[in-house]
Design a protein around this ligand. Structure first.
Ligand SMILES: C[S@@+](CC[C@H](N)C(=O)[O-])C[C@H]1O[C@@H](n2cnc3c(N)ncnc32)[C@H](O)[C@@H]1O
Length: 328
């Protein structure tokens, strides 16, 4: 049993954290439930959530899941998805973040399977977002995987999309129009450009470090002991674009609460569920730490990590001329 993150003693713990409820009630603003997602979802009112965002178990045999045949895995998820569609508001969005399930070396991209499940229930795909990162295991019999996807669906055609909240600086803001009535005027949007459907958000740096440089394991400021945590920043972009303040955000597989913190950071109400009580305890501690200003969070849009020092240099053994390599 690992002790949950604790940043203060009970005596000195005084803060403005709103009450964290175990079950949803009208009037609550943070709910963190420990138990089975399907059973919990059945207790939530229809049309409540403006944004449902999650990274479900991938059926890859992590410590919190038992691997089963892909069809069995998907049929369990269908029941959950039925409930999620019921809970989603008419103007709402579902963001479903997944990677690959691998069996005997063969890859099954989970988004391909999930697409049909959502489409069959009337949802409309708005983007298939590529979340790209630069770290992870190095494969020997296929190319190393360096992205996962987020399927963004809406329930209808009238949905919230606040593009201005998530614009990013353009590389060339000084560009000017060459023709037409705007000739000579700056051609870009002064608020920045659309961030596109490829997102470079650092995450698995910590996974790599666990294997290769154990002493810098904690280099990512958000890392907890959860084996498949996603970055708060990834969720923040969805929250900013797809919700308004005071909306409800739901994560049915919330792990250590990354989605909940992203929602709270932008003044939304949040509901999370995870079957592992230990993760829910950590999620609660992180929420309290967020309200007391003690939660380490990688700031949104911080520059990507640039390797420095020893680990970024070409090994001396390769410089002898005996080893063929691409570094000059
Ligand atoms: C990919 S992780 C999500 C991690 C989360 N996004 C975070 O940043 O911490 C999937 C989570 O689903 C939980 N889980 C698996 N099966 C579940 C079920 N039937 N009901 C509720 N939670 C479940 C696992 O315990 C795990 O924490």
């Amino acid at each position: 049993m690992v002790t949950p993150l604790k940043l203060w003693s009970d005596e000195e713990y005084k803060d403005d954290t709103p009450p964290i409820k175990d079950l949803f009630t009208h009037g609550s603003s943070i709910v963190a439930y420990s138990g089975n997602a399907y059973e919990f979802l059945c207790t939530l009112p229809s049309g409540l959530a403006q944004l449902i965002i999650t990274s479900p178990p991938y059926n890859v045999g992590k410590e919190y899941e038992t691997r089963v045949k892909i069809q069995e895995y998907l049929s369990k998820q269908e029941k959950v998805i039925d409930e999620l569609v019921r809970i989603l508001s008419d103007k709402g969005s579902i963001c479903w973040q997944v990677g690959n399930y691998v069996e005997n070396g063969e890859s099954f991209p989970l988004d391909i399977f999930y697409y049909g499940l959502f489409k069959d229930r009337g949802l409309k795909l708005r983007n298939r977002i590529i979340w790209r990162y630069n770290h992870g295991l190095h494969m020997s019999k296929r190319f190393s995987g360096r992205y996962e996807t987020i399927l963004w669906f809406t329930k209808g055609d009238d949905y919230i999309f606040n593009l201005d909240s998530v614009r990013v600086p353009s590389k060339y803001p000084g560009k000017r129009s060459h023709k037409g009535s705007n000739k000579g005027k700056p051609s870009g949007n002064p608020m920045g450009k659309n961030p596109s459907d490829i997102w470079d958000i650092v995450v698995e740096q910590w996974e790599e470090e666990v294997w290769e440089i154990p002493q810098v394991k904690a280099a990512h400021p958000e890392k907890t002991e959860h084996p498949a945590q996603y970055p708060i920043e990834l969720v923040e972009r969805c929250v900013l674009a797809l919700t308004n303040e005071d909306d409800w955000i739901l994560d049915p597989y919330c792990g250590v609460g990354s989605s909940l913190i992203a929602g709270l950071k932008h003044n939304c109400k949040v509901i999370g569920c995870d079957k592992e009580i230990h993760y829910i305890e950590i999620a609660k501690e992180r929420i309290k730490a967020f309200y007391t200003g003690q939660l380490p969070i990688r700031p949104i849009e911080r520059e990507l990590y640039k390797p420095q020092g020893k680990v970024s240099r070409v090994p001396d053994e390769w410089k002898t001329g005996d080893v063929k390599h691409v570094y000059n």
